[in-house]
Design a protein around this ligand. Sequence first.
Ligand SMILES: Cc1ncc(COP(=O)(O)O)c(C=O)c1O
Length: 380
Amino acid sequence: MKTFDVYPINDITITHAKGTRVWDINNTEYMDLYGGHAVISIGHTHPHWVKRIENQLHQIAFYSNSIRIPLQDELAAKLGEVSGKKDFDLFLCNSGAEANENALKLASFHTGRKKIVAFTKAFHGRTSLAVAATDNPNIVAPVNETDNISFLPFNDIEALEAHFSKEGHEIAAVIVEGIQGVGGINVASNAFLQAIRKQCDDFGAVYIADSVQCGYGRSGKFFSHDFAGVDADIYSMAKGMGNGFPIGGIIISPKIKAKHFMLGTTFGGNHLACAAALAVLEVIEQESLMQNAEKIGNYLQSALKAIPEISGVRGYGLMIGFDVPDSHKNLKKDLLFKHRIFTGEAKPNVIRLLPSLALTMEDASSFIDALKSAIAQYQQ
Ligand SMILES: Cc1ncc(COP(=O)(O)O)c(C=O)c1O
């Protein structure tokens, strides 16, 4: 048997990692400013995370949700504390798509409605409803197609209000990323998120904040939606939550009430995943990683803005994007293969930075030097 070939990959095999560094089979060192797609939140193989998972492995790794799992209560309490959403409830699952599936399903149960509003360039995952709410026809299979989703232009308040005034009473939920990730680091304006809050309130719809990529402290606030000063009704989370250990979840406003069996999962919230997620929150708190993300992110954005060859520097904290001209379209590959730095990309010609929230000033500044020298090669 071989693996199903669904990804174009770089010909690199990583064997070990620490903090913001990874090493390949030849022991070549790379700086990781991609974080395995925004997943590495506290740094690769963080000692506290390793220890907590290791200790848990010796106790119990898994049992089903048919028994009490106090680690889930511990995680919910800690998450409430660190996120500031103390009165929300937590439902645990295993990935970002699954978190969004549960969020959309819950919104539909709660409202008794079917219609969903999503936005241009949105990415919410690859499973049935999540992919239907994703603005990329290439990854939507015929069986995923549905008339229940409307795509409205991102950051367009007028279009949002017009749509609600037409069919607001049929809308179950609006799902929106606070900062679109796969779409190319597009920041939702505060006014736009406030307008979503208002329309949802006026028409009894559920505001779902997809925080799978932009959440968990990456923006410098726990949820990037917090910049708008509004609370969503459901926040979906995954990537940074386990620092690489697979775990996802949604937190749910107290106005949405649980009923037995409306949601469920076999693996979600297992002992090992909870231990990993607790370790992440403990490190975020102990090492002030949200503050670090804000500080290093501000430095990176101002240094990037001073480089004339690149444009459109945007984002919050350590979720940063910028545009490179078509003449520099190999820049990401050059950074990887000549300068040994992993970055992310989005089409067309957008470079994304999604490093660990523990990125140091020294590493940030050596990235800027490497970027300048990579760009200088195009001038020759
Ligand atoms: C905003 C957002 N939502 C959902 C997902 C899907 O997460 P997963 O790949 O864990 O299913 C992603 C993944 O990139 C994402 O960026």
